[in-house]
Design a binder for this molecule. Structure first.
Ligand SMILES: [Zn+2]
Length: 498
């Protein structure tokens, strides 16, 4: 895809200082759209959730969705923002097929929330990300380019448009430029999005499914020569939609921009596309300036003037936020800070927490999610929460191990079955015949065969070399293909020989 020259990552940092910035779009989980009553169900038949308002038909008038405004303010409060006492929507004018009105209703110079911050931790160090603004706007429709190899407009024979998404409330959270992250820039960017996602989940304002586009990131990056007083020219990589991709996009742009600057060139201010398959970016359109959009206040909507008492009530009713929750869980679970950090970095905190809530011990939940399941997610190249297993199923698996129904090895086989969609762990253990053998006829036979088959070992054991019994245990484990419990087998042998 990209044959552009790249500088080695470590080398970039010997000459340049990265500055990152993130613009995150969150689709709110409201039942209806932002300015009309249309439903917002994901995956509905194209163009079945539309009306004259969200299609921009002449004469139609918008009405703001109160839940959308409330959710935006709650996000602002969770990020420590100042909440405006007076705020207006604005028209951002541009012509594009997915914008049926010819403008997007958004907020410009009077956003609902400003001047917040979010602290994120990377490798034990805290980075403060300043939030410039949180504002409310509407999503666009979705273009589907048909006939090309890439799904992009280039090479397509024709395009289809689905307006179901047009008008869904979208909150944009914009950071200020984040300097001083150095070599950690990609990780800080990823950690910021991960932390933001946790907050949005805790607030319950969005499902934040990145794979469904509920949360999309524009990743800004610029490089400046070390010691320079001025920041470099930034690029904006659009619509990056996984945590891993955020990290990769920053890393790639650092390496690419360093090569441009090393060669005496200028980084162009432009938007770029991120390619999941190669981890590279390629140029999009050159960036418009704000003046190109001819913003002006939306005349069809009344200004929003949130009542201070109402806002104070919303602040008081915020749920426990992830940072506080982590401190509490770390104490409750007795896990040291480093282990908590691993859980968070692996995106496993919520999963472990739900697994504990479903009855597993914290140690067991942690062990399965960070061990076997993390390995499988990694092999499959997906996030942990995309694995086809629920916290409840993991809890059931740990219960089966704790009860001695399966050992760890059999539990891993049960996991194969669950991930393959064969049902809950208990069902898989039954259907695949994975249960550890109790003192059944089958096990008794295996034990007696082992004794009969090795008279020399039996003689050693009975002659006082008790450790030699291990060979007999091994023989039984082999004939039962690992399904016996070693301690039970040892006891049964001892009962017969000593
Ligand atoms: Zn509508």
């Amino acid at each position: 895809m990209s044959s552009e020259p790249l500088v080695d990552y470590d080398e970039v940092l010997t000459r340049y200082e990265p500055v990152i910035g993130l613009e995150t779009h969150v689709e709110l989980g409201t039942a209806s759209k932002m300015f009309c009553g249309c439903a917002t169900t994901f995956g509905a038949e194209p163009n079945t959730q539309t009306c004259p308002v969200c299609l921009g038909l002449p004469g139609s008038l918008p009405v703001a969705n109160a839940v959308g405004i409330e959710s935006t303010i709650r996000i602002g409060l969770a990020l420590g923002c100042r909440i405006a006492t007076w705020s207006r929507f604005a028209r951002k004018n541009y012509f594009y097929p997915d914008i049926p009105k010819g403008f997007q209703t958004t907020q410009y110079d009077e956003p609902l929330c400003t001047a917040g911050h979010l602290d994120v931790e990377v490798d034990g160090e805290t980075y403060r990300v300043e939030i410039e603004r949180v504002h409310l706007e509407e999503d666009t429709g979705k273009n589907l380019h048909v006939g090309g190899a890439t799904g992009r407009i280039h090479g397509a024979s024709h395009s289809l448009i689905d307006y179901n998404r047009a008008g869904i409330p979208l909150v944009e959270i914009v950071t200020r430029p984040i300097p001083g992250t150095g070599a950690k820039a990609p990780e800080v960017a990823k950690a910021y999005v991960a932390e933001l996602r946790e907050i949005l989940l805790a607030l319950g304002v969005s499902e934040v499914r990145m794979e469904q586009g509920n949360l999309r990131c524009d990743v800004n990056l610029s490089l400046a020569p070390i010691g320079s007083l001025e920041w470099g020219t930034r690029t904006e990589t659009k619509n990056v939609n996984s945590l891993r991709s955020v990290e990769r996009a920053v890393r790639f742009e650092m390496r690419r921009q360093a090569a441009v600057l090393d060669g005496g060139g200028r980084v162009l201010q432009e938007t770029r596309h991120f390619h999941e398959d190669t981890g590279t970016t390629s140029p999009g359109r050159s960036k418009e300036e704000a003046t190109d959009y001819r913003y002006f206040p939306e005349p069809d909507l009344v200004p929003v003037a949130p009542d201070e008492e109402w806002v104070a009530g919303l602040a008081a009713a915020l749920p426990e936020l992830p940072a506080a929750r982590r401190v509490r869980l770390s104490e409750e679970w007795g896990l040291p800070a480093t282990e908590m950090a691993w859980l968070i970095n692996a995106g496993a905190l919520g999963l472990v927490s739900e697994t504990v809530a479903a009855g597993a011990t914290p140690a067991d939940a942690r062990k399965w999610w960070l061990g076997e399941l993390a390995r499988r997610a990694n092999d499959a190249g997906v996030e942990l929460d995309q694995l086809a297993i629920t916290p409840k199923q993991v809890a059931e698996l740990t219960a089966l191990v704790a009860a001695g129904t399966v050992n760890d090895q059999l539990a891993r086989q049960a996991l194969d079955g669950v991930l393959a969609g064969e049902g809950d762990p208990g069902e898989v253990v039954k259907s695949r015949g994975l249960a550890v053998l109790g003192e059944s006829d089958e096990l008794v036979t295996a034990v007696e065969e082992a004794i009969a088959g090795a008279p020399d070992v039996v003689a050693k054991v009975q002659g006082g070399k008790v450790q030699a019994i291990g060979a007999l245990v091994g023989a039984v484990m082999k004939t039962t293909r690992g399904k016996a419990d070693a301690a039970t087998v040892k006891r049964m042998l001892e009962e017969r020989l000593l």
